[in-house]
Ligand binder design. Structure first.
Ligand SMILES: NC(=O)c1ccc[n+]([C@@H]2O[C@H](COP(=O)([O-])OP(=O)(O)OC[C@H]3O[C@@H](n4cnc5c(N)ncnc54)[C@H](O)[C@@H]3O)[C@@H](O)[C@H]2O)c1
Ligand SMILES: [Zn+2]
Ligand SMILES: [Zn+2]
Length: 366
């Protein structure tokens, strides 16, 4: 069978970002071939483009996507051709101790973070046969992908593809940060710093969990207006307000402070926002060598906690269909999270918008 050839958004460590042709091989045992219908542009793609997370090889970007199963390799049982699926970027190995314990988001056997399929190979090559690697094991900024079975999560056919795409990363991460990582209960208070795709999903999760008050902080008036629409009871401009002082003065400290930027300077201010026993939740991802400092006496003395949050402490095959059901039941206004829809060829413009903080979540359509 001849390989499929199509344009893809490739980040080359030397040549930079561009649209180039890639060839995709057929699915092998345990793999699924998917026609991509929509892919969100997440800051975790931008971290690679900007060099926060250095790429050592040419990557097909894109890790927040949805589509339709086209073919399956030997042994695949959970999906079949025609199924609608959301791609889950932390494809769990289903064999390690963390997977066995039901903590797929901490899987130690996944190869996704090495930007390969589970066997260490890539399904993509350039037309002249050079390897092109799938970012986070997916590489969804193209029209067709081959991914491990555990990365393809079946969802209802009536779920719009753009909404499904956002379930692949920002929504599952942001809502999960609230419901799983933090375990927020009704009436608890929270502040969310950074209200992009992930932070707005945290706000939505807080409303779902019944948190109150919900304070949103950003630098963009447009993003803050969206945060209000998604359930924030207070919005603050991070340039103008000392958020820690505000939280202490107005609320006596908050139960939870979510950071959804990845800024060491902002993360360092989180403990100062908390009431005693409160928790800071680190959802934003900093550069790989980033460090920060806290007042250690205060953490111990006041029993404050720092919680890391990978993928919203979510199990894709459980949480993605659950969030899809909540959306279809009208409990999560995910249509309102979608900003501009662009063709793949406009990926560079989408990254410019993300860098500038303009618009809501951009969705690329192949
Ligand atoms: N933990 C995870 O598993 C996970 C998953 C997805 C994304 N992420 C990370 O989450 C972060 C956010 O991703 P995103 O796609 O929502 O990004 P985004 O760029 O859409 O949103 C970031 C927001 O932060 C705001 N901001 C920047 N500096 C600020 C400051 N000093 N004070 C207040 N607001 C500020 C920007 O205006 C923007 O609205 C990124 O670091 C991304 O890599 C983590
Ligand atoms: Zn992401
Ligand atoms: Zn595992």
């Amino acid at each position: 069978m001849s390989a499929h050839r199509a344009p893809a958004v490739v980040l080359d460590p030397e040549a930079g970002l561009g649209l180039s042709e890639v060839e995709l091989r057929a699915p092998r045992a345990g793999e699924v071939e998917i026609d991509v219908r929509a892919a969100g542009v997440c800051h975790s793609d931008l971290h690679v483009v900007s060099g926060d997370w250095p790429a050592d090889r040419p990557l097909v970007l894109g890790h927040e996507a949805a589509g339709v199963v086209r073919a399956v390799g030997d042994g695949v049982t959970s999906v079949r051709p025609g199924d609608h699926v959301v791609l889950s970027w932390f494809a769990p190995c289903r064999r390690c101790r963390r997977c066995a314990a039901g903590q797929a988001w901490l899987c130690t056997g996944t190869k996704a973070v090495e930007n390969t399929l589970p066997d260490g190979t890539t399904p993509f090559t350039s037309p002249d046969g050079e390897e092109r690697w799938p970012y986070l094991g997916l590489g969804a900024f193209t029209d067709r992908v081959v991914v491990p079975e555990s990365a393809a999560v079946k969802v209802p056919d009536e779920l719009p593809f753009a909404v499904g795409a956002l379930l692949g990363c920002s929504v599952t991460t942001g809502v999960g940060a609230v419901t799983h990582t933090a375990g927020v209960r009704p009436g608890e208070s929270a502040v969310v710093i950074g209200t992009g795709g992930v932070g707005l999903s945290v706000v939505m999760g807080l409303r779902l969990a019944g948190a109150d008050p919900i304070v949103a902080v950003d630098l963009s008036a447009e993003r803050l207006a969206a945060a209000r629409a998604f359930g924030a009871t207070h919005v603050l401009d991070g340039r103008e307000v000392d958020v820690a002082a505000w939280c202490q003065d107005e609320l006596g400290g908050v139960d939870y402070a979510f950071e959804a930027i990845g800024s060491p300077r902002v993360i360092e201010t989180l403990p100062g926002m908390l009431t005693s026993g409160g928790a800071a939740v680190l959802v934003g991802m900093a550069a790989i060598d980033a460090t920060g400092s806290f007042n250690l006496f205060e953490l111990a003395d006041q029993g404050k906690r720092i919680l890391g949050c990978n993928y919203g402490s979510s199990v894709g095959e459980l949480d993605i269909p659950m969030l899809a059901r909540l959306y279809l039941a009208g409990r999560l206004p995910l249509d309102d999270l979608i900003g501009t829809t662009r063709p793949l060829a406009e990926a560079a413009l989408a990254f410019d918008d993300l860098r500038a903080g303009t618009g809501l979540r951009t969705v690329l359509v192949p």
